[in-house]
Design a protein around this ligand. Sequence first.
Ligand code: ADP
Length: 482
Amino acid sequence: MDQKVPDLQKDQCYIDGTWVGTPSRAVVDPATGEQVGEVPNLGADETRAAIAAAETALKGWRALLASERAALLHRWYALQTEHVDELARLMTLEQGKPLDEARGEVLYGAGFTRLAAEQAGKILGETIPTHKADARIVVIKQPIGVVGAITPWNFPNAMITRKAGPALAAGCTMVLKPAGVTPLSALALAELADRAGIPKGVFNVVTGDAAPIGGELTGNPSVRMISFTGSTQVGKLLARQSADTVKRMALELGGNAPFIVFDDADLDAALDGLMASKFRNTGQTCVCANRIFVQSGVFDRFSEMLVERVATMPVGPGIEEGVAMGPLINDAAVEKVETHVRDAVEKGARVLAGGERHERGGRFYQPTVLTGAGPEMLLWNDETFGPVAPLIKFEDEAEVIDMANDTESGLAAYFYARDLGRVWRVAEALETGIVGVNEGIISTPNAPFGGIKESGLGREGSHHGIEEYIEMKYILMGGLDG
Ligand code: ADP
């Protein structure tokens, strides 16, 4: 089978509206280990050139009418939705997720572009009551400038559009470094930006080793902001590297999501929510349920239901029809899952389902359910980023809130309950930026996504997301009586 998607599959980088670089880095299908493409291995010099192009383009881009930027973003959005099948296929080939999920992500990603287009004309300044009779206080909003964006492999499309959309709508320009293993989705978006007529230098994509590209993006004084989605460890490194030039930081970092099922929950709904939250993208999202707390009255029933559901889950290459769960992204990811399961079992957890590599081989791992997880285990303190559901039995609300909050992370949390008083108490007590109540999937362009504690800074999506890319300028207009 020819696995290439010739139309949108690029093998060069997009800098200043030109395709540049020699293809030399292999892009590999995680389901088969086979090469599906190649992209350039650019470094600090090319990144500096991309930043210079973005800085030059900034002057004209920010001077456009908001309606003109909106029109271009609407065109980019239309192209993303027209090409949903090709973008999804490309994503599945480089990332591994089932085609349906990939299609869902492309539409979700396009949603950020549409939202941004709608918001371009809604960036409003203000006047504030004056402190001086002959003066007026005016606040105007301006783009922050050149943005450096660094994105992860788990959502190779949407994590880009949710940065590029609002940045471009606000009048900023961008240099993007996509994840090393999933550059094809990023380059396809650049191709569509080009076709949409977005001017040269406004959106640039640089592929290559992370450290030199990241070093230039964080060290270069022309870059006024870093928007990063990825691990907490790399987020902290980028913040340190950006300190000398005092850049604005938008950080979407790791989570350690609790998922709580109370005695009064609708168990069927809770099971559906857990399956979606836990096993989507093979458990490789920062909002995946990582610790699953189930109240004692429903614990046995719920764990049986979960084991039954997990047993019938079709695992295989995402490109195959009917597959619900694809491979993990790379060998290191499989090893991390193995380490977490081994550590949990050594410390007293019991395997109720799965617990081993999948018979498909390679990077496939069985959907796994453990019981008896506890705070001394690796999987309690660090997100497994794999298809492992550790169950923990609890007795009362206060106890489970303490356990749920026993982490430095604070991205997403989920709980299922019907009692209204409990719903409010728990929603307010959970130390996270996002809470799903009787819902297992919380992501939508319409809502502000982001974490507290060590899960990050800032929000993406909704009308709030664009604020990250805007500076407020206070102008005092004096001497008005003269
Ligand atoms: P993950 O563990 O999910 O791969 P990472 O934080 O390692 O998360 O990767 C997220 C993004 O950060 C990727 O684009 C990756 O290439 C990039 N990255 C990793 N290390 C660095 C670094 N030293 N400087 C800049 N970017 C980096």
